[in-house]
Design a protein around this ligand. Structure first.
Ligand SMILES: Nc1ncnc2c1ncn2[C@@H]1O[C@H](COP(=O)(O)OP(=O)(O)OP(=O)(O)O)[C@@H](O)[C@H]1O
Length: 594
């Protein structure tokens, strides 16, 4: 590390000579005798003293070694001028830094003031003390910096810090996840080249803070705060914070605002088109801070901008429709409608007319004037084919043709209608298995599955559970107009440990039931449904799960090594690097001892 850098990191003041020197040390005059000076040095127990000349300025040093040599020569009655050293010391100022002098090849440093009068003295001992205190402080500074790094990286908000030249000096995990730019690639680069539409470089220039500004990052309106950093009256940088929750909150406020204006307005006007997309589900309403959800949202933002067909997979209730809605909202189809079709709910005979519509007289009971199908209704918008795995085979063939030709016709019609909607599909079935078993067309599978978004079940992203609970608890209490309830730690831990096979839908329903059925304001574990209590009792808390996994791994290794050692326990213990008795204990623990 360079000197300058060290000084910048340290406080500077603490390592100056005057803080570590021996102040006003005992000194002798060059005319004093060797014998008298030796007696004094012995009395005050020092092995070196500064020597002053007639002008009272320091002119040399006298050490015990020098005295000894004088005694050996029999010169004890002479003046110390004869035996002192005029060169083995270095003159320094009280304000000099120890960092500047510690490398100089001297044992003794005499400290003088502006008038060249002796005010102090430093030996290697004092210098070492100063240096070690400084290093300790430095270590603490680094340690604090490390702690700060950890804090920044665990912050839910995105945090970016720039220096006075608008170069990024800090870029936390949350920002990195959101932008998809690696922290190490971001740091050291001008902020404008990393963060879309940033204004931090202007914050550094103007010193004007901005709170709650809207910034479009990757096409997403985000709430940001920009705060200038001042030190000693100078602008030294700026900090930018990206508030993920903020936009959701804004949408809520906006929704409330819309509700109010609609209620207040005597003449209800047609809502402007732009507002419709705001009222559509936004990706920001998808709750979750787990890495999986944050990554999924990032990919969703990217694919939404393209026309690529997206297949969303995941267990029931994981939020597939929410993501489909989010894609629609972020795509250039967002001014059109979002039409959702649940393929498992349509009887086979009606499939074609439901999707593509029919002409008048197409079949008995057909409506006069015909009826448009979902594809037509989704014009300029998005058609979401949910549960695509349930689509009958004949319909799969027809759908494939429509997707290839980008054209379809109503049942009983002759006219070709252009497909002008984006198609997003979803399933909770394993389509690859279905392709292998011949129940789903392989060519259709590849056509719809250009991008696959797989939403993990809730039990694989436990980090999201408390956020979802908090959201749904507030929403449900509001819905039923009851005072906001809260969970005890025990109840929360049981809910966290539960496996939620019905995912977020099941969680939302469970909370709804709990809010309705629990009379007290506090929901405790005994209020929970039995199946959740039972699982909790089975001790499937996340920590225990981890422990269980570790145990399973250890057991597996022991079995493997035992097999490799032909069942010889001493050999196995050697291979495992443990004592035989330890191995016996483990065999007993894992019931492998018989
Ligand atoms: N991350 C989430 N944040 C908030 N609510 C969510 C989230 N994921 C799902 N939900 C809610 O859970 C319910 C189920 O979500 P959704 O219908 O999108 O799931 P799905 O996977 O499409 O289910 P299915 O396969 O049964 O159709 C909805 O009420 C939705 O609002």
């Amino acid at each position: 590390m360079l000197h300058g850098e060290i000084e910048e990191l340290g406080t500077g003041k603490d390592i100056c000579v005057q803080n570590w020197m021996i102040t006003n040390p005992y000194s002798a005059n060059s005319r004093d005798t060797i014998k008298d000076t030796a007696a004094t040095m012995s009395n005050i127990n020092v092995d070196c003293i500064p020597i002053l000349g007639d002008s009272k300025n320091p002119i040399g040093i006298l050490t015990c070694k020098m005295l000894l040599e004088a005694y050996i020569k029999g010169a004890q009655d002479e003046t110390i001028l004869q035996c002192m050293s005029k060169v083995d010391f270095y003159i320094v100022r009280p304000s000099d830094s120890i960092l500047d002098i510690y490398e100089l090849p001297y044992q003794y440093f005499l400290v003088v003031n502006d008038k060249h009068r002796l005010v102090g003295m430093l030996t290697r001992g004092e210098i070492s003390k100063g240096l070690s205190a400084y290093i300790e402080e430095l270590t603490q500074t680094f340690h604090t910096a490390e702690i700060l790094d950890v804090i920044l990286d665990s912050a839910y908000e995105g945090v970016a810090v720039v220096d006075k030249d608008s170069v990024l000096v800090e870029f936390n995990e949350a920002y990195s996840r959101f932008t998809g730019v690696d922290k190490k690639d971001a740091i050291g680069r001008p902020v404008q080249s990393v963060i879309d539409n940033t204004n931090l470089h202007n914050t550094v220039r103007t010193g004007m803070p901005e709170r709650g500004a809207i910034q479009y990052i990757q096409g997403q309106p985000m709430v940001v705060h920009r705060i200038p950093l001042w030190r000693d009256g100078k602008l030294v940088g700026a900090i930018g914070m990206l508030i993920f929750e903020g936009v959701t909150e804004l949408y809520r406020i906006y929704d409330r605002f819309l509700e109010k204006t609609v209620q207040n307005s005597a003449t209800r006007k047609e809502e402007p088109l732009q507002n419709r997309s705001v009222r559509n589900m936004s990706i920001e309403q998808i709750i979750g801070s787990s890495e999986q959800i944050v990554n999924l949202k990032r990919v969703t933002r990217k694919v939404a901008k393209t026309d690529a067909p997206v297949l969303i997979t995941g267990e029931s209730g994981t939020g597939k429709e929410m993501f489909a809605n989010g894609i629609h909202d972020l795509s250039h189809y967002n001014q059109g409608p979002f039409v959702s079709v649940n393929c498992s709910a349509i009887p086979e005979q009606l499939f074609e007319s439901e999707l593509f519509g029919y002409e008048e007289g197409a079949f008995t009971g057909a409506k006069k004037g015909g009826k448009p199908g979902k594809f037509e209704l989704a014009e300029s918008g998005t058609i979401f084919l949910d549960e695509i795995g349930e689509m009958p085979q004949l319909m799969q063939t027809k759908l494939l043709r429509v997707l290839q030709e980008r054209k379809f016709e109503r049942v009983g019609g002759v006219q070709k209608i252009q497909l002008k909607a984006r198609v997003v599909t979803a399933t909770n079935r394993n389509l690859t298995d279905m392709v292998n078993s011949g129940t789903f067309r392989e060519d259709l599978y590849y056509r719809i599955n250009v991008i696959e978004l797989t939403i993990p079940p809730l039990r694989q992203r436990q980090k999201d559970i408390p956020l979802l609970i908090s959201h749904y608890l507030t929403a449900t209490c509001k819905k039923y107009e009851v005072k906001e309830k809260e969970f005890t730690g025990e109840a929360l831990s049981a809910l966290m440990g539960y496996e939620w096979y019905g995912n977020i839908r099941e969680l939302a329903n469970t909370l709804e039931k709990l809010v309705i059925l629990t009379e007290s304001n506090t929901i405790d574990s005994h209020h929970l449904p039995n199946y959740i209590k039972d699982m909790h009792a089975n001790n499937l808390s996340p920590i225990n799960q981890v422990r269980q996994e570790e145990h399973d791994k250890e057991k597996e290794i022991i079995i493997k090594v035992l097999e490799e050692s032909g069942g010889n326990k001493s050999k196995a213990a050697d291979k495992l690097g443990v004592h035989r008795t330890t191995l016996y204990k483990k065999l007993k623990k894992y019931e492998l001892d018989n």
